[in-house]
Design a protein around this ligand. Structure first.
Ligand code: SF4
Ligand code: SF4
Length: 206
């Protein structure tokens, strides 16, 4: 007869509540500072506009330009939270493409499972597919860039039933980064270099 094992939760509710309390108080203090700065900025703009020193239309145009620049640099530094915009239920997704992976994986080395993508809220709430704690909510990858859920021996997905939407919808046949000619099985000779020099992202599911 099996023994009953008393499994202690590693983190108790009070610790989680303490962590949340800290996060919320930091958030409150940042929001207060942000409101204060925004009030000063808007007041300054109004004063300058009243004195005819700035044109609101011109300012608005400049604001868009600066916002795009800041966002690009923000994303370049890996800041912010990445979350899949497509919130379709992955279990209802029916457009999965059928590819003879078993006969090709010796060529492509499962390139699709080395690409980066963000999980959806459904994936995160389900809690099966792991995400990168340092870059929420990008798929968790090992140091060589391969997805943590790839079985290295068999090149099979260990979470196949729960795999995210991009894994279900990705179609490597059209991806010239992987195949120069899919039918003729000619791999892009630059593929490894592409992985070394940049982070390839999974093209969106249909
Ligand atoms: S890159 Fe294409 S052929 Fe290779 S494992 Fe992925 S889906 Fe299959
Ligand atoms: S979840 Fe599975 S199919 Fe998706 S990248 Fe990871 S190993 Fe590949």
């Amino acid at each position: 007869m099996s023994q009953l094992v008393n499994i202690q939760p590693r983190v108790n509710r009070n610790e989680i509540a303490g962590g949340l309390l800290y996060c919320h108080s930091r958030l409150n203090s940042n929001t207060t500072k942000l409101l204060e700065s925004a009030s000063f900025l808007y007041a300054l703009i109004e004063v300058l506009a009243e004195k005819g020193l700035v044109q609101i239309d011109e300012l608005e145009e400049k604001k868009q330009e600066v916002a795009t620049r800041l966002l690009d640099s923000f994303l370049d530094r890996g800041m912010g939270v990445a979350m899949q915009e497509d919130e379709r239920d992955k279990y209802s997704f029916s457009e999965t493409v059928d590819i003879d992976c078993a006969s090709r994986v010796h060529l492509c080395q499962a390139a699709c499972c080395r690409m980066s993508f963000a999980l959806s809220q459904q994936d995160v709430e389900e809690g099966v597919v792991k995400w990168d704690l340092g870059r929420p909510y990008l798929i968790a990858q090992d140091s060589d860039g391969y997805c943590r859920h790839l079985d290295r021996e068999s090149n099979c997905c260990t979470v196949r039933e729960q795999r995210p939407l991009p894994c279900r919808g990705y179609d490597c046949r059209q991806d010239k980064r992987v195949w120069v000619d899919f039918e003729k099985r000619i791999l892009n000779p630059q593929l490894e270099e592409l992985f070394q020099t940049s982070e390839l992202e999974v093209a969106h599911a249909n």
